[in-house]
Ligand binder design. Structure first.
Ligand code: GLA
Length: 731
């Protein structure tokens, strides 16, 4: 049993293979958090220390006992109204707009299998792989039920959390804050590792020391955003890549979020995660429920490397779904950077033909194939094929590509509309605009109100019509602006928070319908590159375009930050032309190939325009990717250098689960004359085994890990190396 209830001491213990999570129902019925860490058998409630704390008030139930205060005790789901002045996870207002509640333990239920969340993405598992704990807290005055969900995947070393809130009374309540998870840490000098960025520069790792006060990251853009990723690591100061204690919080949601880490007056730290409370205001009518999306927790006492392995595994096996979840993705060529909007049927075919001759397996037609879409100022929303531009129907275009032996893929941006479109002229009220106010535009487009089912229906109907009529194996689903002017022209005029939450449910519904109708489809997520690169999207799209920045050197940083939470198979990465369109940098074709291979691989240029020598390299890269994809996607990923701090090289490697094979990839940052030799130490190999390199040289696993391998300087900047090792007798 992974979940244990000690009825006598009122303690819940959630055990995974290597970790334990504990809670206790106290003498007054409050649910306290007592422990999250390496696996233990004991009851950790002896860690709770009650003392008389000035200006930390006491619940009425404590009578004259001034040593009991929820302002000082660690809690499981801290709420406003308990006398706890730290950041809370929950706040609700009654019909008179009075906030303050008292959530007390009511009951619990343990079931075999993993809970699911209606309309929301969540970790899934076979019945025997998981257990679920549901703890019901109640507020008697408000007639409010708060059910805390815990999913325990013992073999994955993962615990998930979600919350369902139901109004059982007669009056409408308003949720001011309903976060998904809160973890109180009793002691320690802690850092928050988070991943900030911007468009074309996503997920840069940053480690912030937590001082007294609150440190907060999040997004109010309606998407999880380029600016902050909804994944954080809470780490002890001395924790490193390979040692020390840390735990992660990964939000399985793609809209607004917030993570607050607060160090309190007693040196305790609380970390909360959930939908951002600012402008959230969620009205809950009698009998209505709200579900706070899931957070995936994982704990490691062996540093970030082990934590990443756990997240990679659970996301690849228990979040991603679909026909391409575990199979090799077709090597694709996308025409965006090759043509932008300037293409016709012939040009596309020429790009596809050359690519297919070099072994590329799928042609993706990006933006510009529909309506009057010849620039980014017009046409969004008009999902009918521009047959003049394509010189044929989509059926004909896709058939010509398929006749080359390639698959065919299509770009869409379903959530958007240009004012210059037939859709907007017919349904102006379907776009988010506030009556009487000029809307804020982003990329000259407005956002469709996906909280309204009729809008989602319309977009589904039109896009499905195109897909029904063509041979489409892949869809790239884009979303190219931050949301503003949130106003839904429907009865009752729900609050901004409710509209944005329902908007996300609408987007998830769109993707679910797409995948149900086309079960063999490969869906690639995108939001101006990696603006919605989160575990919520991965439930639908097993790969996401990682960044609009295709410069291989910029990608080293972006892919490094991305690797802390997300499996390599989720990272869409392409070889593009030089000088790079985003940075102007010139990087060798070989280096561009090696960096792009650390992901779901493809090309984003016109291969008719590259040299014969580079064409030959394309053939080799295609072969290499086919040979190594198993290692790249199913192997364990090891960061061998710190991309933000190491100045001579970036290195990482992949090791087969059974340690029979490994692939090391290295990029040298600089070019120097008569410089030092670079040495790279491997990880994850069997120390006692002998590994044979591609040049026949033999090494023990131990020497590769402890002494490393020398990397000779090649001519020029940003040179890349790829070293492949196979355990002896397995070649
Ligand atoms: C976004 C995407 C690009 C491309 C363009 C098309 O920026 O990230 O890859 O699809 O839109 O407009």
């Amino acid at each position: 049993m992974a979940i244990l209830w000690d009825d006598k001491n009122k303690v819940f213990s959630l055990h995974t293979k290597h970790t334990t999570y504990q809670m206790k129902v106290d003498q007054f019925g409050f649910l306290l958090h007592t422990y999250y860490g390496s696996r233990i058998q004991d009851d950790a409630s002896y860690l709770l220390v009650c003392q008389d704390r000035g200006f930390s008030p006491n619940p009425y139930e404590a009578e004259n006992d001034r040593t009991y205060s929820l302002d000082a005790l660690p809690q499981e789901y801290p709420f406003h109204g308990s006398g706890d002045y730290r950041t809370t996870a929950f706040d609700v207002c009654d019909g008179q707009n009075i906030s303050g509640c008292s959530l007390k333990f009511h009951s619990h239920q343990i079931i075999q299998g993993k809970y699911a969340l209606d309309g929301l993405p969540a970790v899934y598992a076979d019945v025997q792989q998981a257990e679920t704990l549901m703890i019901t807290l109640k507020d008697e005055r408000l007639h409010l039920d708060v059910v805390l969900y815990y999913g325990v995947l013992a073999d994955e070393d993962v615990i998930t959390r979600a919350v369902k809130i139901t109004n059982r009374g007669q009056q409408t309540l308003t949720l001011a804050k309903a976060l998904s998870a809160s973890v109180d840490v009793l002691t320690g000098d802690l850092d928050l590792v988070h991943f900030y960025g911007r468009h074309a520069g996503e997920r840069t790792m940053e480690r912030t020391h937590l001082e007294h006060g609150a440190f907060s990251i999040g997004s109010y853009r309606g998407t999880s955003s380029h600016q902050h990723n909804p994944f954080v690591i809470v780490a002890e100061r001395e924790t490193t890549e390979r040692s020390g204690n840390c735990f992660g919080m990964c939000f399985v949601y793609s809209g607004n979020f917030q993570c607050v880490a607060e160090k309190d007056q007693y040196g305790q730290t609380r970390v909360t995660m959930g939908i951002a409370p600012e402008r959230f205001q969620y009205e809950l009518a009698p009998l209505e429920s709200f579900t706070a999306p899931e957070v995936i927790l994982s704990y490691s006492d062996a540093g970030f490397e082990t934590l990443s392995h756990r997240y990679h595994h659970v996301i690849r096996h228990h979040v991603c779904r679909g026909a391409y979840k575990l199979t090799r993705r077709p090597i694709l060529i996308n025409n965006w950077e090759a043509t932008y909007f300037d293409f016709d049927g012939h040009k596309l075919f020429d790009i596809a033909k050359q690519a297919s001759e070099l072994g590329v397996e799928m042609m993706v037609l990006d933006d510009g194939w529909f309506g009057s879409r010849n620039s980014d100022n017009e046409g969004l929303g008009d999902w009918w094929v521009n047959e003049d531009k394509l010189q044929g129907s989509m059926r004909e275009v896709s058939a010509r590509i398929c006749a080359l032996g390639m698959k065919f893929g299509l770009w869409i941006e379903p959530e958007m509309v240009n004012e210059n479109s037939k859709l907007y002229r017919e349904h102006p009220d379907w776009a988010f605009t506030i009556p009487g106010k000029k809307p804020v535009r982003g990329r000259n487009q407005l956002v469709l109100d996906f909280s309204r089912p009729e809008v989602v229906d319309y977009v589904c109907d039109h896009i499905f019509k195109v897909l029904d009529d063509a041979h489409v194996s892949y869809v790239k689903m884009d979303m190219n602006r931050s949301i503003s002017d949130v106003y839904s022209a429907v009865k009752g005029q729900p609050s901004e928070g409710k509209v944005l939450y329902r908007y996300m449910l609408g987007v998830y519904d769109f993707m679910e319908r797409l995948l149900t109708r086309y079960p063999d489809l490969l869906l690639e997520g995108c939001s101006g590159g990696g603006g919605r690169f989160d575990a919520g999207m991965m439930y639908y799209s097993p790969q996401i375009w990682c960044s609009d920045n295709t410069d291989a050197i910029s990608r080293l940083h972006i892919q490094y930050g991305t690797s802390f939470a997300y499996p390599i198979s989720t990272v869409g990465s392409h070889v593009s032309t030089v000088p790079n369109h985003q940075t102007g940098r010139i990087v060798d074709f070989n280096t561009r190939g090696i960096v792009a291979m650390a992901g779901s691989f493809g090309y984003e240029l016109d291969l008719n325009l590259v040299s014969d020598a580079e064409k030959q390299q394309v053939r080799q890269q295609v072969e290499a990717y086919k040979k190594y994809w198993h290692l790249l996607h199913d192997g364990k990923y090891y960061r061998l250098t710190d991309c933000e701090r190491d100045h001579d090289k970036a290195a990482w490697m992949f090791v087969a689960e059974d340690q029979s094979e490994a692939l090391v990839q290295i990029v040298k940052w600089t070019a120097d004359c008569n410089g030092p030799v670079l040495y790279v130490r491997c990880r994850g190999l069997d120390p006692d085994a002998i590994y044979v390199a591609d040049d026949g040289q033999q090494y023990s696993g131990a020497v590769l890990m402890h002494a490393g391998i020398p990397v000779r300087a090649l001519w020029g900047e940003y040179q890349a190396y790829q070293l492949h090792f196979v355990r002896q007798n397995e070649q």
